[in-house]
Design a protein around this ligand. Structure first.
Ligand SMILES: [Zn+2]
Length: 277
């Protein structure tokens, strides 16, 4: 095992040609993973999912998904909460039909409330989601993603805590978000070592051996994340970050969320392969 690298959505090289051709192109590029983009909607039917599953198996491309941006497991209105739960279950089911392994969301917004109270809501409703999936024997990892703004639930501690509290849950660590969330912190080997040591202490090797990582260049300010950038145009010390990944012998999938889609996935993969493992 090792880390494998992939792009978010269909590569630029196959733009407009659909998910199946996207997967074929990922293989042609020499990448090993692709993240289905369900952020705006789950754009794959159960029917198409069968073809996607087949293409992923044929090409040995590991599939993950980014869930809907509109969910909020701490929504104030019951109708919005119910809709969020339904959307998340639907997205997880479709990913499962595609043969995917892991799906991530920005789980909730604080909306001015205490962090603990919001966490309790996220926990309660994530349990409902996982229970529903388990009843249908759906085993994809449910991933709370570390988020890029202090107004969003999803600091590293919260994501780790949720992973301890609910089965079938592990964090998706978005290193760009954690850099932007704190206006430029988390950009050194020491900080990343502390982070991954914390994850290992709280969740054990299971977490480090099943990583779902997101990374890209990022523009930020006092309120956190502004927009994504290509790695080479950003201040993120990505080479140092990768050395820390290597030190911890991480296994799993890295999705680069840069505007150049496959460009930065290839850049990181090349750098990773040049290490002596
Ligand atoms: Zn995200």
């Amino acid at each position: 095992m090792s880390l494998i690298f992939g792009n978010p959505g269909i590569p630029i090289l196959a733009r407009g040609k659909g998910t199946v051709e996207g997967i074929n192109t990922v293989r042609k590029l020499g990448l090993d993973a692709m993240e289905l983009q369900f952020g705006h909607s789950v754009n794959i039917s159960e029917e198409l999912a069968k073809e996607v599953n087949h293409a992923a198996k044929e090409n040995n491309v590991r599939l993950s998904a980014h869930g809907q941006y509109t969910v909020n497991l701490a929504a104030l209105e019951k109708s919005k909460l119910d809709a969020s739960i339904d959307k998340m279950i639907h997205a997880a089911k479709i990913l499962n039909s595609c043969g995917g392994w892991s799906i991530t969301w920005h789980m909730a917004f604080y909306l001015g409330r205490p962090k603990e109270a919001v966490h309790d809501l996220v926990k309660q409703h994530t349990k409902t989601i996982v229970k529903t999936l388990q009843n249908e024997n759906i085993k994809v990892w449910i991933r709370p993603e570390t988020t890029g703004k202090e107004t969003q639930w999803g600091d590293l501690k919260e994501c780790v805590k949720l992973s301890q509290e609910v089965e079938q849950v592990l964090p998706c660590i978005d290193f760009a978000h954690l850099h932007a969330r704190y206006n430029g912190k988390n950009n050194s080997a020491q900080e990343w070592t502390d982070m991954l040591s914390f994850v290992e202490k709280e969740l054990g090797r299971t977490a480090l051996d099943n990583m779902h990582i997101q990374v890209c260049g990022i523009n930020y300010g006092e309120k956190g994340e502004k927009n994504h950038l290509n790695l080479e145009e950003s201040d993120l010390k990505w080479k140092e970050l990768m050395s820390v990944w290597k030190d911890f012998k991480l296994n799993g999938v890295v999705i680069t969320e840069s505007p150049n889609i496959e460009g930065d996935a290839l850049l990181l993969q090349k750098h990773w392969k040049a290490f002596k493992h």
